[in-house]
Ligand binder design. Structure first.
Ligand code: SAM
Length: 338
């Protein structure tokens, strides 16, 4: 697909980003994402044969190359997928979209160098708390804050000097962590970003009163570490940007609930088993794996990809805000890719 004619959906939004979930497994059991009661020992994760192979994924990325600015690898926990750095190297060959990765960070001491060598350009680490007890209450995992911080340090040593550190804020759980996180990453060169807690999936019992708004978060930080707004770097960027007035670097807030950004959304998602979704809140996908495995030609696959994007009309978050949508069963973030 050529870069000279951008692929536009029914609302005139160009395709720009692909999020690839490389696994539905995770080594955390965050209460708001993969609660243990639902994702315990009895849970049937996708069998290996159902996951798209790296060759299949590379082929899809190759077909979309002309349209994409960025490919983000996510999951589940993407670093649980064996030989992920080899896949990054496959994607990073030649000129093409920037390759990005979102991770909980605890396996970075093992993999950061290989990822950097493979050509990974951007790295985002999720970290919802610095207080060990709060972190444990959220993640319900065998890892602690120190493991994530070691991952961040390993990434910096491997050359990732400007990480994004993402924190989802849920009222009653970790709003106490906003200031400690801001203090910790102020002046570090990394960009801390706070994300409003979203109504993704149906297992986390999301309630509107649990959302801490981006405006509240900015106020809370600004009182101690004064901030000033910056321009967004791209219209499709999800984060509103701020900088510390004292030169301590940049901060972002993602107002997914209070200021939805569907109008500029340029993201296509591919689940680990090869379903294409045109929205994080989509309930129905388009199967790409069946034609891939039935021997479809590049032309046939390109036509399918083009049709999926050109038929796209999703604007779930805006409609939710206007109360046009009734709650319905939604897909889990660990499946569709966070
Ligand atoms: N395992 C990787 C990680 O921890 O970053 C990638 C997948 S995880 C699903 C991606 C991000 O989605 C995490 O930062 C997580 O906090 C966020 N997330 C999960 N459920 C969310 C929700 N309901 N609202 C906002 N963010 C959510």
């Amino acid at each position: 697909m050529s870069s000279s004619s951008p692929l536009l959906d029914t609302l005139g939004r160009p395709l720009g980003d692909l999020r690839v979930s490389v696994t539905d497994r995770c080594n955390f059991r965050c209460r708001y994402c993969m609660p243990r009661e639902r994702f315990g020992k009895q849970h049937a994760f996708l069998p290996r044969a159902e996951l798209l192979t790296f060759e299949e994924l590379s082929r899809v990325v190759g077909l979309l190359r002309g349209s994409l600015r960025k490919v983000r690898l996510t999951g589940g926990e993407p670093l649980l997928r064996k030989d992920l750095a080899d896949f990054v190297a496959m994607l990073a060959q030649g000129s093409g979209p920037a390759i990005a990765l979102t991770t909980n960070g605890v396996l970075l001491p093992q993999f950061a160098e290989a990822l950097a060598r493979a050509g990974l350009e951007r790295l985002t680490v999720s970290l919802d708390a610095l207080d060990p007890a709060v972190f444990a209450a959220i993640t319900d995992a065998d890892y602690g804050v120190a493991d994530v911080l070691s991952g961040i340090e390993a990434a910096a040593r491997a050359g990732f000097q400007r990480l994004k550190i993402n924190c989802v804020v849920r009222r009653g759980l970790n709003e106490s962590q906003i200031l400690p996180l801001a203090r910790r990453f102020h002046g570090s060169g990394h960009v801390l970003r706070f994300i409003e807690y979203m109504d993704v999936g149906s297992t986390n019992g999301w309630r509107p009163e649990q959302v801490v708004s981006a405006a509240e978060i900015v106020d809370c930080i600004d009182r101690e570490l004064p901030l000033e707004p910056l321009e967004r770097s791209q219209p499709s960027d999800v984060a509103a940007r701020y900088r510390y007035r004292d030169g301590g670097g940049e901060l972002g807030v993602i107002a997914s609930m209070t200021k939805p950004f569907c109008g500029d959304c340029s993201r296509l998602r591919l689940s680990a088993d090869g379903q294409l979704f045109t929205c994080l809140f989509a309930t129905v996908g388009t199967d790409l794996r069946a034609p891939l495995r039935a021997g479809a030609s590049d032309e046939e696959l390109s036509r399918l990809l083009r049709r999926v994007w050109e038929n796209r009309a999703d604007r779930y978050s805006e409609q939710r805000q206007q109360q046009l949508l009734q709650p319905k069963r939604k897909l889990e973030m660990s499946y569709i890719g966070g």
